[in-house]
Ligand binder design. Structure first.
Ligand code: FAD
Length: 282
C-alpha cells in the first residue's frame, strides 16, 4: 500500500532501520523487527548508503520487512552517486517485490567518492523525483529540515526546495531528527504559509548516550538542548537511557497532542528505547 494512502486515513507511527554490516548486527535487527512489529507500525523504512554501497542489503531488508514480516515498507534511495540505469534497475527490482514506497534523497556527498564520480544528472533529490515517477507508479517521500540543512541554513531557501520537491511529485516528507519542538512548529507554520500541502512526518530519535548526542549534533547540524547535554554529562551510564527516553516520550506526546501527521522513529536498529517511548506516549 502507498504510504500516502495510509496518511490520508490516519496519523502514522513508523520505524527506520539501517542494513547492518555484520552478521551479529543482522541478528540484532531481526530481533528488533520482531519486537517492534508488535506495535503495529504503519510502515517501516530501510536506509541506503549515499555511495550506493548498501544497495543489495537495503533491497533485501526492505523485501524482508515487507514480505517476511508483512509490514508496509519504504526503501530509501540516494542519487548522488547514481546513474539513470542504476536507478531504473533498482526500481525494477523493488517493483518485483511489491515495494511501492521510496524515500527520494540526494544523500550526503560521500568523502570516499571523488567529485567526478558524483552524478551530473541527479544533483539534488528534486532531479530524482521526476525520474522515479517516469519509471513506476510509486509513492515518494522526501527529507526536510526544520533547522535548515547544513548546506542551506536559510529556512526560506529550504522551504523553497521542499516546495519544488512537492511540485515535482513528492507525496509526503519526513523531517530530520530534532529535539526542540518549537523549531518544528515554526517550520510547519512556514511550510503551510508557503502553500506546501503534503503531510510532514516528524523524525524522532531517542538518545541514550552522550557520545551519540554529540556525534549527531555535529553530523546533521541539529541543536541538542543544553539541559539534555548537561543532564547526560552528569549522569551515570545506566541513567542515560531513562533521561533520553523520558525526553523523547515528552517530545513525542507534545507533538501528538498538537496534531502531528506522523512520528517516525530513528531506531538505530534497537527496540528498547523506541518501545519505552511508545509505551509512555500511547
Ligand atoms: P536535497 O533535497 O537535494 O537537498 C540538499 C541540499 O541542497 C539542501 O541544502 C537543499 O536546500 C539544497 N537543494 C535542494 N534542492 C535544490 C535545488 N533544486 N537547487 C539547489 N539546491 C537545492 N542519507 C543517506 O545517505 N541515506 C539515507 O538512507 C538517508 N535517509 C534520510 C532520511 C531522512 C528522513 C532524512 C531527513 C535524511 C536522510 N539522509 C539519508 C540524509 C540526506 O541524504 C542528507 O541530509 C543529504 O545531505 C540531503 O539529502 P536531500 O534528499 O535532503 O537532498
Amino acid at each position: 500500500m502507498k504510504i500516502i494512502d495510509i496518511l490520508k486515513k490516519k496519523r502514522t507511527v513508523s520505524f527506520e532501520f539501517f542494513p547492518p554490516k555484520k552478521e551479529e548486527g543482522e541478528s540484532v535487527l531481526f530481533e528488533t523487527i520482531e519486537k517492534l512489529k508488535g506495535y503495529d507500525p504503519d510502515f517501516v523504512s530501510v536506509t541506503y548508503g549515499a555511495g550506493g554501497g548498501t544497495r543489495d542489503k537495503t533491497i533485501e531488508w526492505t523485501r524482508s520487512t515487507h514480505i517476511d514480516y508483512g509490514l508496509e515498507a519504504m526503501m530509501h534511495l540516494t542519487c548522488i552517486a547514481a546513474t539513470r540505469e542504476s536507478i531504473a534497475g533498482i526500481v525494477r527490482q523493488i517493483r518485483e517485490i511489491d515495494i511501492e514506497n521510496v524515500l527520494a534523497l540526494r544523500g550526503d556527498i560521500p568523502l570516499d567518492v571523488p567529485p567526478e564520480l558524483c552524478s551530473k544528472v541527479f544533483r539534488n533529490a528534486s532531479d530524482l523525483i521526476p525520474y522515479l515517477k517516469e519509471q513506476a507508479d510509486l509513492c515518494i517521500g522526501v527529507a526536510c529540515y526544520p533547522e535548515g540543512h547544513l548546506e542551506t541554513r536559510d529556512i526560506d531557501k529550504e522551504i523553497e526546495h521542499l516546495k519544488l520537491k512537492e511540485s515535482l511529485g513528492a507525496d509526503f516528507a519526513i523531517t530530520q531528527l530534532f529535539f526542540t519542538n518549537d523549531y518544528f512548529y515554526r517550520f510547519m507554520e512556514r511550510v503551510r504559509a508557503a502553500g506546501i500541502k503534503m503531510p510532514v512526518i516528524a523524525g524522532i530519535m531517542p538518545i541514550t548516550n552522550i557520545k551519540q548526542v554529540m556525534r549527531f549534533t555535529q553530523m546533521c547540524g541539529v541543536e541538542v538542548p543544553k539541559h539534555i547535554i548537561e543532564r547526560m554529562e552528569n549522569a551515570e551510564e545506566k541513567d542515560m537511557f531513562e533521561i533520553g527516553v523520558d525526553y523523547a516520550a515528552k517530545q513525542s506526546s507534545d507533538l501528538w497532542e498538537q496534531g502531528v501527521e506522523g512520528l517516525h522513529f530513528y531506531t538505530l536498529n534497537r527496540s528498547g528505547a523506541t518501545e519505552e517511548v511508545l509505551g509512555r506516549v500511547f
